[in-house]
Design a protein around this ligand. Structure first.
Ligand code: PEP
Ligand code: MN
Length: 347
């Protein structure tokens, strides 16, 4: 992808004229507004645009190529943090969000109990699965539409926007009717036809890393979604499977600042699926927030032994409140401020 970095002084008319000219030449563009400068991305192969006098287009300061294989998701294309707005709850660019709720929605009584207590503790979104990806076909598969209805009811009661997993293209219409944020789970991170489809739809997406994916693959999956036009993608680190059997997965906190350097998208952590046991969920959440994550998604259940999935890793509501108190007191790492202080213009 080639990008045109516009001058500080470029006017709206310059930007429009430049985009129109590129359109005449047969190129779609996408716009990344910055703090001081706007960036115009030219979609397609750079060989197709070689030879055009890009420098002479109105308001253009620099013509650059995005070197990362993920283009629209990269910081090169979009230097400032993306801020995602979910029904007024902002995520990214210094706005930290904790999403909490059960792994699976089971009863309405449990759900509303969880939603009320996590809200009181400071969570600003409610999670809950209605379609569950289970290792065994004989395990509980989720409540389906009934679960979605319960989530919508809990949103009505508490005002918390809801996050739920979309497992399959066949459930798109149903899930989109109810939810505010779509969760794409580890097992679907490289379901490219699903990613392409949701990129053309309007709701924000939380994209979890795959069970053993690399950062580059995770960001390429975000690029699949963004190639469809959607800009609201939240990267979620849910742990990676390693050779260490003590935990279900390992939450690689290295990846938080690493990703934030390479993408403008918010990066959140999922310590529940990383730890696999509740004893370590709070400390890992704390670590993720300390290292500078834009948020966390945490499983909570008032009766973990009755939970229909992932009970072992569910925090009790009182554990969650304690964790939130600690997180709220925590001064978090700001990688951008550090890079700036050290005088490196990279971020
Ligand atoms: C979940 O969030 O409950 C879930 C199934 O997550 P993951 O896709 O990370 O395993
Ligand atoms: Mn779960």
């Amino acid at each position: 992808m080639m990008i045109l970095v516009m001058k500080h002084t470029a006017t709206q008319a310059d930007i429009e004229k430049t985009r129109e000219q590129l359109k005449e030449w047969g190129h779609e563009t996408s716009l990344a507004p910055g703090e001081q400068q706007t960036v115009i991305g030219i979609v397609g192969d750079k060989r197709d645009i070689a030879g055009y006098a890009l420098h002479s287009l109105p308001g253009v300061e620099q013509v650059l190529e995005v070197s990362a294989p993920y283009k629209v998701a990269s910081r090169e294309f979009h230097p400032v943090d993306s801020i995602i707005d979910v029904n007024g709850v902002k995520l990214g660019g210094g706005n930290k969000v904790v999403i909490a709720g059960p792994c699976s929605v089971d009863t309405y009584e449990n759900l509303i109990n969880i939603a009320t207590s996590v809200k009181a503790a400071g969570a600003t979104m409610l999670r809950g699965g209605a379609f569950k990806p289970r290792t065994s076909p004989y395990s509980f598969q989720g409540k389906g539409e009934e679960g979605l209805q319960m989530l919508a009811e809990a949103r009505k009661e508490t005002g918390l926007p809801i996050v739920t997993e979309l497992l399959s293209e066949k459930d798109i219409d149903l899930v989109y009717q109810y939810t505010d944020v779509i969760q794409i789970g580890a097992r679907n991170m490289q379901n490219f036809s699903l990613l392409k489809e949701i990129g053309t739809l309007g709701k924000p997406v939380i994209l979890k890393n795959g069970i053993a994916s690399t950062v580059k693959e995770h960001l390429m999956s975000a690029e699949y979604v963004m190639a469809g036009g959607l800009r609201d993608v939240i990267m979620c680190l849910r742990g990676t499977r390693t050779y260490e059997p003590a935990f279900r997965n390992v939450l690689d906190v290295n990846l938080v600042p690493y990703m934030q350097e390479r993408t403008h998208l918010p990066v959140i952590v999922d310590p529940s699926h990383a730890a696999g046991t509740r004893e370590y969920v709070s400390s890992l959440s704390y670590a993720g927030m300390a290292v500078g994550a834009d948020g966390a998604i945490i499983e909570v259940h008032p009766c973990p032994s009755c939970a229909l999935s992932d009970g072992d890793q569910a925090l009790l509501p009182e554990d969650f409140s304690y964790l939130m108190e600690r997180i709220n007191k925590l001064g978090t790492w700001d990688q951008k401020a550090w890079v700036k202080a050290r005088g490196d213009a990279k971020l």
